[in-house]
Design a protein around this ligand. Structure first.
Ligand SMILES: C[S@@+](CC[C@H](N)C(=O)[O-])C[C@H]1O[C@@H](n2cnc3c(N)ncnc32)[C@H](O)[C@@H]1O
Length: 309
């Protein structure tokens, strides 16, 4: 039974230490967004991704490179990127049918659309699940990967983020910037995009620096990982934002992979939280058969998506 498999406690410990180090390095990188009125406006749940995307674009070391967005839905963020970069090549990936069924029980939201969104001419949309669209798209690059200006990850769930970063990661270079729509500062962040980022960095032997560190980082060490039991807007009202951007960098001593800060209760909690079929499979610890079921399972919704944007 996959649910009975325990994740490697050593993995949970290494990951917990990485998370604590990442939260500790956040305040020093804190980003002063250039339009303070925007920060005030976005302290509520309204459109918090806008200033982060804009700030990340300004930071890009390869501003004329390709822009990749994973999670397009009705096209709000990709149209903004296209307005900001009208001469750039922009690719948007989405099933336009919602999430794949990855047996995750705590998140379900209908993102299916009757037709593709209308986007500017410099945007190409790739309709289909990432596992079908991203590898063939990237296979075209094997000869010469293009410079990448920005990667925007807004696909909400671990498995989708992991699929994208597994395929894309080997083609990224140091200094590339990835914007995450739901990286941190919510109850279940540690088993979502942050985990996919950690797995990619671990595989590639890289680390990251904060490119856009907006607001505050929820104090993981002090709280021993006990997050607030509130929805996104509760975190945002307290100055904790989910949208952040990172810059890939070489691993060096004193980096996020070197820390030993994690309190035992956080390690124990992560060890338990990582014991789901999808996560265990990503960690190479569950039989693939555990993931074969394609019918979406119901279950308690703890992620509270209603107030997410
Ligand atoms: C929050 S929405 C994206 C919002 C969008 N960036 C905007 O500006 O409104 C998340 C999207 O990710 C897509 N998605 C999630 N996982 C996917 C996968 N594995 N393959 C394809 N699309 C996926 C969903 O279909 C959904 O449209």
């Amino acid at each position: 039974m996959p649910d009975a498999v325990s994740p490697d406690h050593d993995f949970a410990s290494r990951y917990a230490n990485f998370l604590c180090a990442a939260h500790r390095s956040f305040p020093a990188a804190r980003t002063r967004l250039p339009r303070p009125w925007e920060l005030t406006e976005h302290r509520s749940s309204r459109k918090p991704w806008r200033p982060v995307l804009d700030a990340a674009l300004r930071q890009s070391p390869r501003p004329d490179g390709v822009i990749l967005e994973f999670g397009v839905f009705k096209g709000d963020s990709i149209r903004r990127l296209a307005r900001r970069k009208p001469h750039s090549v922009i690719h948007g990936f989405d099933s336009f049918r919602g999430f794949p069924d990855d047996a995750r029980k705590d998140w379900s939201q209908d993102f299916s659309l009757p037709s593709l969104p209308v986007v500017p001419a410099n945007v190409t949309l790739h309709a289909g699940f990432f596992e079908d669209t991203v590898p063939p798209f990237i296979a075209q690059w094997d000869e010469a990967p293009p410079p990448i200006a920005l990667v925007h990850i807004d696909c909400d769930i671990f498995s989708s983020t992991h699929t994208v970063l597994s395929a894309l990661g080997p083609h990224l270079r140091t200094d590339d910037i990835i914007v995450f729509d739901e990286l941190m500062n919510y109850t279940e962040f540690a088993t979502n995009e942050f985990l996919a980022l950690y797995l990619m960095l671990d595989r590639l032997g890289l680390d990251f620096e904060w490119a856009v560190a907006w607001g505050k980082a929820y104090p993981l060490v002090e709280s021993e990982g006990r997050m607030l039991d509130v929805a996104f807007d509760g975190y945002r009202a307290a100055g904790y934002f989910q949208n952040q951007a990172i810059r890939l960098c070489k691993r060096r001593s004193g980096g996020h992979f070197d820390a030993s800060l994690a309190p035992q209760p956080l390690i124990d909690r992560l060890s338990r939280d990582l014991a789901s079929p999808v996560l265990l499979s990503a960690l190479g610890m569950a039989p693939a058969a555990a993931l074969k079921s394609r019918g979406r399972e119901g279950g308690e919704r703890r992620f509270r998506p209603a107030a997410r944007r």
